[in-house]
Design a protein around this ligand. Structure first.
Ligand SMILES: Cc1cc2nc3c(=O)[nH]c(=O)nc-3n(C[C@H](O)[C@H](O)[C@H](O)COP(=O)(O)OP(=O)(O)OC[C@H]3O[C@@H](n4cnc5c(N)ncnc54)[C@H](O)[C@@H]3O)c2cc1C
Length: 332
């Protein structure tokens, strides 16, 4: 084991070339965990094309990261399963972190199990909370049995690994300025077997998942939306506001929306600037996934619907009348 304990965070770079917001949420949690461990180094793993590091440095300076292991190569413009996982495994074997945290994004969900299985260590996926127990172990909590129970899982081997859903932890409230060391490595990649190659990105409804993680505006529909045409209306409103759509389990269960955009206890947790709830009653299992949104607008025909209790602005009415009116307003 290395002398100074280390928490390693994976710094995912999005297709728009910024550090994924989940990294800053992990950084906040890592600071808390480091304190509970009696102080330890917080480092990050970054893959990037050459000469791009300057664009990301500020994000690391301001989030309390002590050291960044930067792997540079022209092939690192987009995620590559084989290359990223092999280099990450080599790094973990070398620096032996106590804990490794990765965002539960599509990319993180691909990368994390490859690392943990190669290292024969445990991985708790899709965590909703992380803590340090009295023995100094990572206590990773996640829903189980379809969301009916919360399980806290310990890992007996190192590194203790976890993936965390975006928006579950709050990002850093204020900048934590640290002197960050950047260690640049330029792997030759000649010995690496690359079995997969990314040819293109095709847009499918599944892409909405990723968008939900970072969207500033979410228009979410419930059973009250009634039809797939109703959801198309919601999509129009979301597009007008440069946002994306989400759904309740009620809407998913009757086939109005794919499970991938379900918000709530057994779906995604979101925290956009604006959440517009359309035809959603406001069951507790839905509220836990969206109630920390900055502003909530609810549209419901039932003035006693519980959603109005968490809404900043409530509109009692039929979405099929209200949304077209809102669209007229926004198009001005
Ligand atoms: C273990 C477990 C896990 C769960 N996980 C989740 C989860 O992750 N996410 C989740 O969402 N739910 C979850 N649920 C289900 C949850 O309990 C509710 O059943 C669900 O959220 C209800 O969805 P809804 O609001 O779309 O439907 P409903 O409760 O049926 O509400 C529909 C609303 O639409 C309104 N309405 C109808 N027509 C219109 C109209 N034309 N205009 C405006 N309003 C209209 C109605 O007044 C009503 O309030 C879970 C349940 C369990 C037991």
């Amino acid at each position: 084991m290395s002398e100074t304990k280390e928490i390693l965070l994976y710094a995912e770079i999005t297709r728009s070339k910024y550090i994924h917001t989940v990294f800053f949420e992990l950084a906040q949690k890592a600071l808390e965990l480091a304190e509970k461990l009696g102080g330890c180094k917080i480092s990050a793993l970054l893959f990037t094309e050459p000469n791009q590091l300057e664009n990301f440095k500020d994000g690391f300076f301001k989030s309390g990261i002590d050291k960044v292991y930067v792997f540079e190569h022209e092939k690192f413009g987009t995620y590559n399963t084989d290359l990223y996982s092999k280099l990450a495994i080599e790094l973990v074997n070398e620096i032996k972190p106590e804990i490794m945290l990765i965002g539960a994004t599509n990319e993180g969900r691909d990368l994390a199990p490859r690392i943990s299985s190669a290292l024969h260590t445990g991985l708790t996926a899709d965590c909703t909370d992380l803590d340090i127990n009295e023995k100094g172990q990572l206590a990773a909590t996640r829903p189980t049995f379809g969301g009916k129970l919360m399980a806290t899982i310990l890992c007996k081997t190192l590194p203790q690994m976890a993936t965390v859903r975006p928006k579950v932890f709050k990002p850093l409230k204020e900048d934590i300025i640290r002197t960050t060391e950047f260690e640049i490595r330029t792997p030759s990649l000649t010995d690496f077997e690359q079995r997969t190659e990314l040819l293109d990105f095709a847009r499918t409804l599944e892409n909405e998942i990723n968008e939900l993680d970072s969207a500033e505006v979410i228009v979410a529909g419930g059973k009250g939306v009634g039809t797939t045409e109703g959801f198309a209306l919601l999509k129009d409103l979301a597009d007008a506001l440069n946002g994306t759509i989400g759904a309740t389990r009620g809407a998913v269960d009757i086939g109005l929306a794919p499970k991938s955009i379900q918000i709530g206890q057994t779906g995604k947790t979101v925290r956009p600037k604006l959440y517009i709830a359309c035809g959603i009653s406001g069951a507790i299992q839905h509220l836990v996934g969206m109630q920390d949104s900055e502003k909530i607008i609810a549209i419901n025909t039932d003035e006693n619907a519980p959603i109005f209790e968490v809404a900043d602005l409530g509109i009692v009415g039929d979405i099929f009348k209200i949304i077209p009116e809102l669209m007229k307003h926004f198009s001005k």
